[in-house]
Design a protein around this ligand. Structure first.
Ligand code: SAM
Length: 344
């Protein structure tokens, strides 16, 4: 008698062949890749096995999943090391930044976090440190993370032919934004770009490496992130394109010169919208990131842009909107692309 495979071990993300590498990287970096199953290449698409659904991705239940013989399973690895009654709290996801593994640990498992860290290191022999993640906070969007195994938090994360130097305990790096970093890398050829919330160069560096704008002014207020931004500019050899600026974009954003403005901040981005719009020459393009209620996607973010443009006597033509990721329960991270036209 044949038995149906449970749904949770048949779930897969579907990607077009040309996007399969990027989708696989995203799934791995989000910590949802199911390592017990093989990636299946079909004639029209690729199936990437996942342990749970990924917002913004097309999903299927596989008819005929292919399993690896040996299962990479934290539950098995921790058997006997964690009390039975806590087994259901074992983390199901984590992500890698270079040689550092970042994982959320349930408070009831704090006493056993060393075992969890060690088991994760056993899965990834090239990694050397495991950080417990407590969230991202404050105006600088800084992570609160503590070392549970290892001691090296400075690392080099590579994706899409870009090198990011960072300290995973000091600066944020969102694995869920990978597709958006790839999307941004395709814009800006020959343009004057302003990145108002540059961080360590999340969007600036991929754009500079792949599209070679004429100039990118990359503004960052947090000295820690600015330090890595400068290092990443050097390591990716884009010194002639990127001008890093340590400062508050509310004060130092240039006016009326940009072909393209990237506003890669969330939660408070609307407070800077008029600054971003004013930086654009007529016909320039804005990428406005914001966190909004899922039920109001994309209308609430579109309204922010059109109202801010109108307040400046300008018109916003909405070109595109993108759902980057689920941000928190009921809240999504969205990006609005808009052409900002001449004054009325
Ligand atoms: C959320 S991070 C960018 C992350 C990127 N969008 C991603 O998700 O990968 C935003 C960056 O903007 C910086 N920032 C916040 N307020 C700023 C301001 N007023 N001027 C310039 N940079 C600012 C923060 O320090 C942080 O490095």
């Amino acid at each position: 008698m044949s038995r149906a495979t449970p749904e949770k071990i048949r779930l897969a993300v579907i990607a077009k062949k040309k996007d399969a590498d990027a989708a696989l990287k995203m799934v791995v970096s989000l910590g949802v890749f199911d390592k017990s199953r093989k990636v299946i290449k079909r004639q029209s698409h690729v199936e990437i096995p996942v342990i749970r659904s990924v917002s913004g991705c097309e999903l299927i239940l596989q008819e005929d999943p292919l399993f690896y013989k040996k299962k990479l399973d934290l539950f098995h690895a921790l058997q006997g090391k964690i009390p039975e009654e806590c087994i259901h709290l074992i983390p199901r996801g984590w992500f890698l930044l270079g040689e550092v593994i970042v994982v959320k640990i349930h408070p009831d498992l704090t006493a056993y976090e060393h075992h969890i860290g060690q088991a994760l290191l056993d899965f990834y022999p090239r990694c050397c440190t495991v950080l417990a993640d407590e969230g991202i906070f404050g105006p600088f969007r800084e992570p609160v993370r503590r070392v549970i195994v290892g001691n090296k938090t400075q690392t080099v994360h590579k994706e899409n032919k870009v090198i990011f130097n960072l300290d995973a305990s000091l600066v944020m790096f969102s694995p869920g934004n990978l597709m958006e970093r790839i999307r941004m890398s395709r814009f800006g050829k020959g343009e004057y770009v302003v990145d108002m919330f540059a961080g360590i160069g999340y969007f600036t560096i991929p754009m500079a490496v792949h599209s070679r704008p004429r100039k990118i002014v990359a503004i960052e207020l947090n000295p820690n992130a600015y330090h890595y931004l400068c290092q990443n500019i050097r390591q990716n050899h884009v010194e002639e394109i990127v001008e890093p600026v340590l400062g508050d974009c509310a004060k130092v954003t240039p006016e009326g010169v940009a072909d393209r403005v990237v506003m890669g901040m969330v939660q408070v981005t609307d407070q800077y919208l008029q600054k971003g719009i004013s930086a654009l020459r007529p016909g320039g393009i804005l990428h406005y990131h914001q966190t909004i209620a899922a039920s109001k996607y994309p209308a609430a973010a579109i309204r922010d842009v059109t109202e801010a443009a109108a307040a400046l006597g300008r018109r916003a033509e909405i070109l595109n909107y993108v759902l980057v990721k689920k941000f928190s329960p009921g809240v999504v991270h969205a990006v609005i692309d808009a052409r900002i036209d001449r004054d009325f």
